[in-house]
Design a protein around this ligand. Structure first.
Ligand code: NDP
Length: 433
């Protein structure tokens, strides 16, 4: 804390992991050797840089960008880029720290990293977004490479932004590798990558419910967010027979008791992804109410899938969900529940999955994209989906293995310990540097 006094999100993520690990390390003291824990909480490298670009009016704009190369213990640094005005060092350090354990959980050889900028793509023209992405890569390219650091998308960074960055990366590196994952299908992208985080979150929720003798089919679900993760979580819920009755964005939420249909989802995707308009437009076009300033957690549901951003579900929200009888909470976003909210779910016996376990499907398919690129081939949709499903089942099994607590499973402990053991073993074998 004394070292990083202005990094509350990073502190929160470290605290949550350390609380889980402490009893395990007391029983397995070899993991306290070689200064392992103090090395693990310090990123291997942090890059901060200026990005200057010219807007459509000919004015020069300057943003701040970062890349956090947290851990390369088990593979190249790997993690998304986030473009959002809230981006700062604390948020990216928390995300890179979490990513390290998440990537270990996928069983694929990927280290942990994260990056981004306080640039806001909302309201910018395609040309402005392209010039910003190119300016960012003019600096970042020297730190990237298929065996060094492999970025992807995150909040505010979808296929369009990845394409612009990958294009400039190719130009500057004089290599067709393009390095990024989440690329377009015509230049090395993987089928199912856009769907992977949302689908994976629902696969994980299904596994938790199955393990508890229940099923997602026929249950009601609240989803927060309306971006990439939320959209495909909604799609997979519908395919499984669950009814999704909420979506949200940073300004409010929409409650639709009749539930999503494929037609409503297609409209949402068109508004958000093609027209790049807000959720208010969606509410208006369907004659629904946009609840300004509200989150979806006041709505009674069986399953909650927070898919927007960090700390969007606080203790009071958790209490309301518990009072309303929620059975399962699986995080599609990174750290959407505060520590207090997560504790409340666990105490109340709710099946609660932290993002590093339940949203690992996105990076898992990114890992599969890297494998396909290295082998210069493309797997079918069915093959990738099958592998994604199998990885989510493996992560669930690993969480049960390390998190079984009497008759219940503590998925937070399970995910933290399983991810830690893999990274820690690699670090211990590689010596101190
Ligand atoms: P998108 O940019 O596609 O969507 C983000 C959604 O979250 C939007 O609906 C946005 O609303 C909302 N949101 C953003 N900031 C806030 C805020 N401060 N308060 C409330 N709502 C907010 O991003 P993704 O769907 O890709 O990412 C969502 C979450 O999932 C993030 O936590 C991300 O780290 C995590 N994640 C994403 C993965 C991926 O593969 N994309 C992989 C693993 C995790 P608005 O439109 O108003 O900004």
């Amino acid at each position: 804390q004394a070292r990083d006094p202005h990094q509350p999100e990073f502190m929160q993520a470290v605290k949550e992991v350390m609380i889980s690990l402490w009893p395990f390390i007391e029983q397995n003291p070899q993991y306290a050797e070689q200064g392992l824990l103090s090395r693990l909480v310090e990123p291997e490298r942090v890059i901060q840089f200026r990005v200057s670009w010219v807007d459509d009016k000919g004015q020069v704009q300057t943003n701040r960008a970062f890349r956090i190369q947290h851990s390369s213990a088990i593979g190249p640094f790997k993690g998304g880029m986030r473009f959002h005005p809230s981006v700062n060092l604390s948020i990216l350090k928390f995300l890179a720290f979490e990513q390290t354990f998440k990537n270990a959980l996928t069983t694929l050889p990927m280290g942990g990293g994260k990056g981004g900028s306080d640039f806001d793509p909302k309201g910018k023209s395609n040309g402005e977004v392209m010039r910003f992405c190119q300016a960012l890569i003019i600096e970042l390219y020297r730190h990237l490479g298929p065996d060094t650091d492999v970025p992807a998308g995150d909040i505010g960074v979808g296929g369009r932004e990845v394409g612009f960055m990958a294009g400039m990366m190719k130009k500057l590196s004089n290599s067709s590798a393009s390095v990024f994952t989440g690329k377009g299908l015509t230049f090395g992208g993987s089928l199912i990558r856009p769907e992977a985080t949302g689908y994976g979150t629902v696969y994980f929720a299904e596994e938790m419910l199955k393990h508890a003798g229940k099923s997602l089919d026929g249950l009601t679900v609240s989803v927060s967010g309306s971006g990439n993760v939320a959209q495909y979580a909604i799609e997979k819920c519908m395919q499984i027979g669950a009814k999704v009755i909420t979506v949200s964005d940073s300004d409010g939420c929409v409650v639709d008791p009749a539930g999503f249909t494929p037609e409503k989802l297609a409209l949402l995707m068109d508004i958000k992804n093609n027209r790049r308009e807000r959720l208010t437009t969606y509410a208006k076009e369907l004659g629904l109410t946009y609840e300004q300033g509200k989150r979806p957690w006041h709505v009674p549901v069986d399953v909650a899938l927070p898919c927007a951003t960090q700390n969007e579900l606080e203790l009071d929200d958790a209490k309301t969900l518990i009072k309303n009888g929620v059975l399962c909470v699986a995080e599609g976003a990174n750290m959407p529940s505060t520590i207090e909210a997560a504790d409340a779910f666990i105490e109340a016996g709710v099946l609660y999955a932290p993002g590093k376990a339940s949203n690992a499907g996105g990076v898992a398919v990114s890992g599969l994209e890297m494998s396909q690129n290295a082998a210069r081939l493309s797997w079918t949709r069915e093959e990738v989906d099958h592998k994604l499903h199998a990885i989510m089942r493996d992560i669930h099994e690993n969480c049960v293995r390390f998190g079984q607590n009497g008759n219940a499973v503590n998925y937070v402990n399970g995910a933290n310990i399983a991810g830690f053991v893999k990274v820690a073993d690699a670090m211990l074998q590689q010596g101190v540097y």
